[in-house]
Design a protein. Structure first.
Length: 126
């Protein structure tokens, strides 16, 4: 799970760097504009990093943090696919599209690992 968490987290952070270029706060009408965007990203990245620590230490909370990170990866793809279908022109450069697709891939991989870990923990508890 550390590997799949790392890659999902990396793709999410890369996406947020790209999102600053595309002024994503305007797409979401974030209160406070760029300042609200920065506050959101400070909290989101802190959460991802704390989660990574839990995953590396194999704490009891690791599967929960991993599930949150995975959900963010999948949600990032779904939200931006919706924007693309609605005709938004942001995030259409090749690397922007690739990063969003990699968020989905990382999220699915991480969800698989979370399911595998939870299954192993359930078998141990029996």
């Amino acid at each position: 799970m550390p590997r799949s968490y790392f890659w999902t987290m990396l793709f999410l952070i890369l996406h947020q760097i790209d999102a600053a270029y595309w002024k994503e706060w305007e797409m979401f009408d974030v209160p406070g504009g760029v300042q609200g965007f920065l506050v959101f990203n400070g909290a989101a990245i802190a959460l991802l990093l704390v989660g990574y620590k839990h995953v590396l230490l194999a704490s009891a909370r690791a599967p929960l943090y991993a599930a949150v990170c995975a959900a963010l990866g999948v949600a990032t793809f779904l939200i931006h696919a919706g924007f693309a279908l609605a005709g938004q022109e942001q995030f259409h450069l090749p690397l922007s599209v690739a990063i969003i697709a990699l968020c989905l891939c990382g999220g699915v991989w991480l969800l698989y690992d979370v399911r595998r870990i939870r299954g192993a923990l359930a078998r141990q508890a029996q």
